[in-house]
Every structure is written in structure tokens, then in C-alpha cells.
Ligand binder design. Structure first.
Ligand code: PHE
Length: 459
């Protein structure tokens, strides 16, 4: 972003913009890459049969993900508004903007459970630095995590601490600092992932792990796997809730939307695949169960880090970078409602940020406790943590993405859409027809099929 890079200066009407092309990519990739890739992807893949899930996931990223990112980019950059304002500007007087409210709801739900996992990361970072993570056996790592997550106050405390840091960054609008830092540090995270992958590939369980992740068993592709993979694609790309649209509202007229969308999706997928290659060989080497669920990565990671010489340094660095990657994601999901409150409700940035944080703090505490004293409280058989995760990723995001691509494909002015994709006709975009076709037909129809399939409507 420009020097005074507050996305909003409360009251001022000139909106800030990302200054460079690298700035655009760094922020969108910063939003996309986070716990979704390193924590959620391995656990979802592990509980949905590995290869079958992976195949569907990559398929959805390219066939649905990229077109929907383009659709969100078009809405955001074309209107320079928050998500609700964007729907309102493009279809005045029509109720489409309700999809924007759905996105805001999803962003709050995600922020709540996400900060719990970020809190776990914080705890593991502190434990690493203080040398307490150097356990011996697999069972010890498992027990350690169990007893930590189910203890009542520490996980809640760390989630709140994380939200407080998120608040402090967003309140000042100093996201530029974070962006600059993440420009430098994300490549380091990437490098670390590569090193850990190589380490994992030398483990005795590497073959089995890779086979699990990359060899699809087609008979394992069930409606549940399809829905899970689609949800993961949306979650990982920060898609379907207006996050990419909100960021695109800070793009300038030269940003090439289709190219940025493809680059963001490709880098994000690469990180997820690397995380898989890092985790699964270790899962089989150390005898963990791949379908352990949300706790999987936090049990496996310490054993990977432990197996490296100088484990404490590696693990401290890794958890630190993971916290940073989580922050660039939570900043982006908070920005959706903050931009909305500032622009539509005319509140100043500080109050808007405080409001967003307070709501998230209450819900995050409940999510954290759902591994401890609230573990018996279930809705549709799910704890609050799992419910928020399932509801947002598998239902709200794909639904939001479906509405958005339908809206851009069929409701928004055609000339407007074309001009956004080609930067007012100055770009010769050979793939334009394909992109528009995917936005109009492929994305909404595919999402609808997966939904109908998962509720048993079509087989
Ligand atoms: N994509 C982020 C991740 O993978 C999570 C996220 C979801 C961020 C929705 C913003 C909005 O960690």
C-alpha cells in the first residue's frame, strides 16, 4: 500500500491503494496462505482418504477457485467498496447485498475458531522457545496436546491474546508494516517447509505417506469428500466471503486481475501440497492416525521438528512464522467487516475494529472451551469449534462463492466485467472467454452439484 496505507482513514473518501504489483500478490497470498494450508489441509486430507481428497481439492481450486477469485476481484476493484457496498453499487435496490452479510457472518465465525488454532501455535511457540517441546515419544506428543487443548484457561487465553495482537495491528491500520514483514518472511516460511519436506522424505514412512497423499482411490470419492474438498478450496483461498473482493477494492487500475488470481491460487496450492508432503510421511513413520482431525498437525509437527538436529531452533522459527502467516490471514478476514462498518455505518476505524474483536473474543472463548469444559455441548453432533468450521467452510463460503460468480456472470453489466478483466481494454486477455464462461457456468453449476450431491439429492 502507499505510504499512509490505512485502508480507511475514517471519514476520508480517498481510499488507499496497494502501491506495487508485489504488494498486491503479497497481500492476497498473505491472506490465502495460513493455517488453512498447514493445519487444515493435512487434517482434512487425512480424514477424507488422502489421495481422493487431494485430487478433488486441486480440481476445485482450478475449476472453481480461480474463476471465483476473478469474480471477487472484479466486484472489489470495479466498485472500490466493501463487499456489501459492492453488491449495492452493481445492483442498486436489489437484495443481492444479503450475500455480503452472509460473508460477514462467515468471517466472524472463521475468525473465532481460527484464533483458537493460532493460539495453539502461540503456545507451541512459547514451549519451543523455553525448550519444553523436546519430548521423546509419539505418545508424549499426543498426551501433551490433549492435556493442553482440554485444559480450560490456557487455550482460551492464547486465543484472546492472538485476537488482541490482531486488534492492535488493525486498529492502527499499520497493515503496511505487516505486509512488508511478510514480504520478507513468507519466503523464509516457504524455505523452511522445503527443508522439512526433504527431512520427511527421508523418513522410513515416506513411501506410505506419499502414496496416501497422491494415489487416489477413486472409489473413495464420496459426496462427503467432494464437499470437504470444495470447502477446503474455498477456505484456503479466502474465498466466498468477500475477503478477496475487499482486498481488490485497494487494487489500482493497472492490476491484472486474472493473472493475480492464477498466481495466488497456484502459490497457495503449492504451500498446501508441501505441508502434506511434510506431514504424511511423518504420520506413517511415527504411527499417528491420519484421520485424527483438527489436532493432527499439532501432534505430528513436534515429532518432525524433534527429529531434526537443533530441533528447538527449527521449531521456534517455524511456529513464529506460522503465527505471522496466521496474522496476515486474520487481518484480511477482519478487514471485511471493518471496511463494511466504516463505510456503511460511518463508524471510525478504531471503534469498528473494537467491535469486530469483541464479538470474535466471545465466540473464540467458546470455541477454545469446546475442547475442554464445553466438549459435551454439541449441535448436530458437532462441538462449537467443529460446527463453526463446518458451517463456514463447507456451507457459507461455497454458497457465497456461488452467489458471487452468478452475480458477476449474469447480473452485473457485461461491459463492466469485460473492462475489469482487460483493464479498460488495454490488456489482450486470450483466456477471457474461458474465464467468463467459468464464472457464468462452471463455478455456479459445480458448486450446486456438490451441494445437491451432499444432501443426497443427486447421485
Ligand atoms: N485462507 C486462510 C488460510 O488458509 C484462511 C482465511 C479464510 C482467510 C477466509 C481469510 C478468509 O489460512
Amino acid at each position: 500500500m502507499n505510504k499512509d496505507s490505512k485502508p480507511h482513514d475514517g471519514g476520508s473518501t480517498t481510499r488507499a491503494q496497494f502501491a506495487t504489483r508485489l504488494g498486491v500478490i503479497a497481500t492476497t497470498v498473505g491472506s490465502a496462505v495460513g493455517l488453512g494450508n498447514i493445519w487444515r489441509f493435512p487434517y482434512e486430507a487425512g480424514s477424507h482418504g488422502g489421495g481422493a481428497f487431494m485430487l478433488c481439492y486441486v480440481f476445485f481450486i482450478f475449476i472453481i477457485g480461480i474463476p471465483v477469485i476473478c469474480a471477487e476481484f472484479i466486484m472489489g476493484r470495479g466498485t472500490h467498496s466493501n463487499i456489501i457496498g459492492a453488491y449495492r453499487k452493481l445492483a442498486p435496490g436489489k437484495p443481492w447485498y444479503w450475500a455480503g452479510y452472509m460473508g460477514i457472518l462467515a468471517s466472524i465465525l472463521i475468525l473465532s475458531f481460527y484464533s483458537v488454532v493460532a493460539g495453539w501455535t502461540l503456545e507451541y511457540f512459547i514451549q519451543s522457545v523455553s525448550g519444553n517441546l523436546d519430548l521423546g515419544s509419539t505418545a508424549a506428543f499426543h498426551d501433551r496436546f490433549e492435556s493442553f487443548a482440554s485444559s480450560n484457561y490456557r487455550p482460551a487465553l492464547f486465543a484472546l491474546l492472538f485476537l488482541a495482537v490482531n486488534y492492535l495491528i488493525l486498529r492502527r491500520g499499520v497493515t503496511a508494516g505487516i505486509e512488508r514483514m511478510s514480504n520478507i518472511l513468507m519466503p523464509v516460511l516457504f524455505l523452511l517447509l522445503l527443508i522439512f519436506c526433504i527431512n520427511s522424505l527421508m523418513m522410513p514412512g515416506a513411501d506410505e505417506g506419499l502414496r496416501f497423499l497422491f494415489k487416489p482411490d477413486f472409489s473413495a470419492i464420496t459426496p462427503t469428500v467432494l464437499l470437504g474438498a470444495m470447502g477446503q478450496a474455498f477456505f484456503s483461498l479466502s474465498l466466498g466471503l468477500g475477503c478477496m473482493a475487499t482486498y481488490a477494492s485497494y487494487f489500482n487500475h493497472r492490476t491484472q486481475l486474472a493473472r493475480s488470481a492464477t498466481l495466488t491460487a497456484s502459490l497457495d496450492t503449492l504451500v498446501a501440497v508441501l505441508a502434506g508432503v511434510m506431514i504424511f510421511p511423518a504420520v506413517f513413520t511415527f504411527g499417528f492416525s491420519p484421520s485424527a482431525g483438527p489436532t493432527l498437525v499439532f501432534e505430528v509437527l513436534p515429532s518432525i521438528l524433534h527429529s531434526l538436529p537443533g530441533g528447538i531452533v527449527w521449531s521456534s522459527l517455524f511456529f513464529f512464522l506460522l503465527i505471522l502467516a496466521s496474522l496476515t490471514s486474520t487481518i484480511s478476514m477482519s478487514e471485511i467487516s471493518i471496511a463494511f462498518i466504516i463505510e456503511e455505518k460511518k463508524m471510525d476505524r478504531r471503534k469498528a475494529t473494537a467491535l469486530n474483536t469483541c464479538v470474535a473474543m466471545v465466540l473464540a472463548t467458546l470455541c477454545a472451551l469446546s475442547f475442554g469444559c464445553l466438549s459435551g455441548m454439541t449441535i448436530f453432533g458437532m462441538t462449537l469449534f467443529n460446527l463453526f468450521d463446518y458451517l463456514s467452510s463447507n456451507i457459507l463460503l461455497p454458497l457465497g462463492g456461488m452467489v458471487c460468480s452468478f452475480f458477476v456472470g449474469w447480473i452485473a453489466d457485461r461491459a463492466f466485467v469485460r473492462s475489469q478483466l482487460t483493464n479498460g481494454g488495454t490488456l489482450r486477455l486470450r483466456a477471457m472467454r474461458v474465464i467468463i464462461f467459468c464464472i457464468r457456468w462452471i463455478a455456479p453449476v459445480c458448486i450446486a452439484i456438490v451441494f445437491l450431491n451432499s444432501i443426497g439429492f443427486i447421485n
